[in-house]
Design a protein around this ligand. Structure first.
Ligand code: SF4
Length: 446
């Protein structure tokens, strides 16, 4: 390790989803191993890395927007290295996006981060040594900020090819990590004080075990994802297990059964995208409205009172007013607690652009989005009010200005009066006295 005062510095800016955040933790781990230290200042940095998201055009526009600043920066400091990775670099098969990133020196899909030491050494031999090479990026130990919560990637890529989505192009086809590696990482996290783990994958519940022999002989499940959940449940120190994002077609009866495992949080985020079977078909989601409603019925039968979240896209190509209303009615029927709703944005290279015309106007998409937002907010408030008088179990993640904050097992932000920072990282019981749209407020049970 180099002396931190003379060590090379990197700035890492992350956009998008939890997968990207976890990938950035790996980039941080790799750079730390090379002796780099992180800086928040782009002026101080020797290396700036943007870990990009392509889910919407606006996410890519933000990256283009930064290029002017970097051209200026490089005028003052020509030896500065600018790198772009993540979904933009992954999906840019014909190099069209790269053309708008003139000041960028390194441009690579996420799994190629293993080459970073070699590339940095090529550009700046004073900063790195090309001998520091790793083979598989998932073997790089993520550099995590000490916390009671951690994300663990169990799978990368996706085979589903939803017609609106760039992920299979940007991140490649589904690949699953060995069970033994995942369990070793979770055990290590638990030994370092992590009490809540979130298992990450693009379609996390389609996980397949490369090494089923790593499951213990008492494991009751045949479905690899359910079996993995069962194993993680047995790890001492882990108190809460969360996973995202599942695909409805992989919600097998065993995965639904595993929702009742003792450490499973009382929350399921299950993306539906649309309530219309016709739109779901055009999206290539591979299930119908009825299939989805049936899954929700089974889930709530298995775990009554579970909080439910979803993702929805409004204004997909050809979506009629009646089809949108089917989404509204499905939202009510499922009694969701929260939705992440997006207005459809066509992405070049996807089947959605090749097969269909983006024929719902921008104003209409916005109106439909607003209708769902209003519905969600009203339902969220009503659902939260049902917690008044009940006790929720809260993992405290910060204490500031006289209040402690954390999520309940239903993933509801909860606040109670406290100035005691020693609660951070602990799980405490809170009696709910008041409920807002997005927050439960209560008193800690002593
Ligand atoms: S399941 Fe569909 S939406 Fe999710 S990552 Fe795969 S292609 Fe994209």
């Amino acid at each position: 390790m180099l002396d931190a005062t003379r060590a090379p510095k990197y700035q890492l800016i992350t956009y998008g989803c939890q997968m990207n955040k976890n990938d950035s933790e790996r980039i941080g781990g790799l750079l730390s191993a090379l002796g780099f230290v992180e800086t928040a200042s782009e002026r101080e940095a020797d290396l700036i890395i943007l870990n990009t998201c392509s889910v919407r055009q606006s996410a890519e526009e933000r990256i283009y927007g930064k290029m002017k600043d970097y051209i200026r920066l490089k005028k003052d400091k020509p030896e500065l290295i600018i790198a772009v990775t993540g979904c933009m670099a992954g999906r840019d098969k014909d190099g069209e996006l790269r053309k708008r990133l003139a000041p960028v020196d390194l441009y690579f899909p996420t799994p190629q981060m293993v080459e970073l030491p070699k590339w940095i050494a090529g550009l700046r031999p004073d900063l790195a040594n090309s001998a520091d090479l790793v083979e598989d990026y998932l073997k790089i130990m993520p550099r995590r900020v000490p916390s009671a919560q951690a994300f663990v990637t169990i799978q990368i890529g996706c085979n589903k090819f939803c017609t609106y989505c760039v992920v299979p192009y940007a991140r490649g086809l589904e690949q699953n990590r060995p069970v033994a590696d995942i369990l070793a990482e979770v055990r290590d996290l638990a030994a370092h004080g992590v009490v809540e783990v979130t298992l990450l994958g693009q379609t996390v519940n389609s996980f397949k075990a490369k090494d089923p022999e790593s499951f213990s002989s008492q494991n009751p499940y045949k479905d690899a994802f359910a079996a993995l959940l069962w194993e993680v449940n047995t790890i001492e120190g882990v108190q809460r297990i969360h996973w995202t994002a599942p695909h409805p077609i992989s919600m097998t009866d065993e995965v639904i059964d595993a929702l009742a495992l003792p450490k499973q949080v009382n929350y399921l985020h299950l993306p539906v995208q649309s309530g219309s079977t016709k739109v779901l078909f055009q999206m290539n989601r591979k299930y119908t409205r009825e299939n989805f409603l049936n899954i929700i019925k089974k889930v709530t039968a298995k775990r009554p009172g579970i909080a439910l979240g979803t993702d929805i896209i409004v204004g997909f190509s050809g979506e009629t007013e009646a089809q949108f209303e089917e989404t509204v009615s499905l939202y009510r029927t499922c009694d969701f607690d929260i939705s992440y709703t997006a207005q459809y944005s066509p992405r070049s290279g996807t089947l959605g652009v090749k097969l269909y015309q983006d024929d719902v106007s921008r104003e209409e998409k916005k109106r439909r989005w607003q209708v769902l937002q209003t519905l969600m907010r009203n339902m969220a408030k009503r659902k939260n009010q049902a917690y008044i008088g009940k006790t929720v179990s809260v993992l405290v993640d910060k204490v500031e200005n006289g209040f402690a904050y954390g999520n309940s097992r239903e993933m509801k932000l909860t606040r109670f009066s406290s100035t005691d920072v020693s609660f951070v990282g602990k799980i405490v019981d809170v009696v709910v006295e008041q409920a807002l749209e997005w927050q439960l407020i209560g008193k800690m049970v002593l």
